[in-house]
Design a protein around this ligand. Structure first.
Ligand code: NAD
Ligand code: DAU
Length: 352
């Protein structure tokens, strides 16, 4: 199959593409604008493969997207491109409205026209897979409930509101125009190649630099952590086997308070790379001003994907976080380029 992946230079998109190239025989077109979060160095291990192609383009650019569909003739679209960081959405929501809502709208329109022109055979197998987040369901504060596929939407941040909007558009294009879509809503991912603006990589890299480890508020907020390669596997399964029109929640059954996560990383680092001054990494933990509108708890009920598609995570939080810290310790090249912004200079040189 030809699989068009948007946002393939990002954290999860690059894991999906590494999976598609290493574990399947499909051809991949990676469509990515290369914002600050897009890093082609995350694809170094597969970028020379003849089944992989890259197109630097904005998903909001209808002409470029129409051409990409016409040239590549995708059987499946896996749509991951988005502005993804909650704190940035609070600081400046415009890019989130633009990419997450208008970009998804543009892709849906391009996909609709493309789909209408397909033969009956090709129509039968075509799928538009929209990759979304558990944050659309809002906050689970004060309850032991889990998010199911029928939990009502109640997004809190500009980021989650923009993702909720895009989910609604995708479902509307299915119901109104018959576009064959599937939607997944996943919990917090972590693992290799994660951009160090997010909690886990930020804490690992700050700790190694002897910098404060910023914990928002009291650190008791809960997230449900999933190793990124488990997510990539789930996404491929949904894209290739799920019934059109379905939604699947994906999660790791790993509910942890932020402070527990930060302390766990500190313990692993104490073991793998003890500080030269003999202090424990935990002494760097610093409680800072809370995120406005901060959701207290997210947690996924992943029974539907487990029962219907036979997916479950292979990593526990303990095994996944150990692997993640080890990856950051042994991939100093990637880390240094990200920290210095050097990968962006490389991209300018390569694609000017
Ligand atoms: P990321 O920020 O690491 O990567 C996003 C990628 O999209 C980057 O490569 C960026 O260059 C690209 N991009 C942004 N705007 C674009 C545009 N206008 N045109 C083309 N490309 C553009 O994000 P991520 O963490 O890998 O998340 C990927 C998707 O998964 C997002 O849709 C996000 O909402 C969703 N998601 C993320 C998580 C998580 O924990 N990270 C969890 C659930 C769902
Ligand atoms: O739930 C899925 C979502 O997970 C995805 O849709 C988002 O794209 C992804 O960024 C992530 O959102 P979070 O806001 O949960 O992730 P982040 O790593 O930014 O923060 C995790 C928790 O840690 C959250 O409760 C805020 C807190 N935090 C974060 C940072 C960056 C801190 O305490 N200190 C920090 O410096």
């Amino acid at each position: 199959m030809n699989i068009l992946v948007t946002g393939g230079a990002g954290f999860i998109g690059s894991a999906v593409i590494r999976y598609l190239i290493n574990e399947t025989n499909n051809n991949v077109l990676n469509v990515d604008k290369l914002t600050y979060a897009g890093n082609l160095e995350s694809l170094d291990t597969i970028s020379n493969n003849s089944r992989y192609q890259f197109l630097q383009a904005d998903i909001c650019d209808k002409v470029a997207m129409t051409k990409a569909f016409a040239d590549f003739e995708p059987d499946i679209v896996m749509h991951l491109a988005a502005e993804s960081h909650v704190d940035r959405s609070i600081d400046g929501p415009m890019d989130f409205i633009h990419t997450n809502i208008l970009g998804t709208y543009t892709l849906l329109e391009v996909a609709r026209v493309y789909y209408q022109g397909l033969s009956d055979d090709k129509k039968h197998s075509f799928k538009f897979h929209h990759i979304s987040t558990d944050e659309v369901y809002g906050d689970l504060e004060g309850t032991d409930d889990l998010f199911t596929e029928s939990t009502p939407y109640s997004p809190s941040s500009p980021y989650s509101a923009s993702k909720a909007s895009s989910d609604h558009l995708v479902r509307a294009w299915h119901r109104t125009y018959g576009l064959p879509v599937v939607v997944t809503n996943c919990s917090n991912n972590y693992g290799p190649y994660h951009f160090p603006e997010k909690l886990i990589p930020l804490v690992i890299l700050n700790a190694l630099d002897g910098k404060p480890l910023p914990v928002y508020g009291d650190g008791k907020q809960i997230r449900d952590w999933l190793y990124v390669e488990d997510h990539a596997r789930a996404l491929y399964l949904v894209a290739t086997t799920a019934k059109v029109g379905e939604t699947y929640n994906i999660g790791g059954h790993n509910e942890k308070q932020n402070i527990e996560v930060v302390k766990k990383i500190c313990q692993i680092l104490d073991d793998l790379k003890p500080r030269e001054d003999g202090d424990k990494y935990e002494s760097l933990i610093t409680f800072v001003k809370d995120r406005p509108g901060h959701d207290l708890r997210y947690a996924i009920d992943a029974r539907k994907i487990q029962q219907e598609l036979n997916w479950q995570p292979q990593e526990t939080f303990e095994s996944g976080i150990q692997k993640t810290v080890e990856w950051y310790l042994s991939n100093q090249g990637w880390v240094n380029h990200v920290k210095s912004g050097k990968y962006q200079h490389w991209v300018e040189k390569q694609y000017q």
